[in-house]
Design a protein around this ligand. Structure first.
Ligand SMILES: [Mn+2]
Length: 195
């Protein structure tokens, strides 16, 4: 059962995240930030990870705490659902094209957080969502999911397309990495013996 539920409450946000790594990409994400919900929906659908997210955050300030804290909770949920990581492919990558945007993601579920995020998004907003929050989300996801996460933009000028291509590329790479390898079903994919 590769599932997890994480609840996380602070003075700034009250969040619950439930995921099933062996799902079909069914989602119900409600954070109060429209564009961010749209991105979480992409992550679920294209990773085939069932995902329910509820966030009640201090949006009267801005979307920052809500987006970052959902990233933390989702990373924690991934870590818990993956358990000892027995049998997983571990690595995943994707080149994803969306209109003008092309984004490449390469990731390793190594247990070692490291983020490279070169999206070169223009400063500004998509809806109410500050474009700089894309990086904040992936930083939190990488740190708390123990993911070596590299995301690079190859082309693109439209902020909505670049951000969406990034989330979809990460989703497709994640789908590969969390998948179980039938040839290695009982083995931890590391010569160290643990991840
Ligand atoms: Mn869109």
């Amino acid at each position: 059962m590769r599932k997890a539920t994480i609840t996380r409450k602070t003075a700034e946000t009250d969040i619950s995240v439930t995921i099933d790594l062996d799902g079909t990409g069914t989602y119900d994400n409600q954070t109060g930030v429209g564009f961010f919900d749209h991105m979480l929906d992409q992550l679920s659908r294209h990773a085939l990870i069932d995902m329910t997210v509820r966030a009640d955050g201090d949006l009267h300030i801005d979307d920052h705490h809500t987006v970052e804290d959902v990233g933390i909770a989702l990373g924690q949920a991934l870590t818990e659902a993956l358990g000892d990581k027995k049998g997983i492919y571990r690595y995943g990558s994707c080149h994803l094209a969306m209109d003008d945007a092309q984004v490449r993601c390469a990731l390793d579920l190594s247990g070692r957080p490291y983020l490279i995020c070169n999206l070169d998004l223009p400063f500004g907003k998509i809806g109410t969502f500050d474009t700089e929050l894309v990086r904040e989300f992936f930083q939190a996801l990488s740190t708390h999911g123990g993911i070596t996460l590299h995301i690079d933009k190859l082309h693109g000028f439209n902020a909505h397309h670049i951000a969406e291509a990034a989330f979809k590329a990460v989703a497709r790479a994640l789908r590969e990495a969390v998948e179980t390898d039938p040839r290695k079903a009982d083995a931890i994919p590391s010569t160290k013996g643990s991840l």
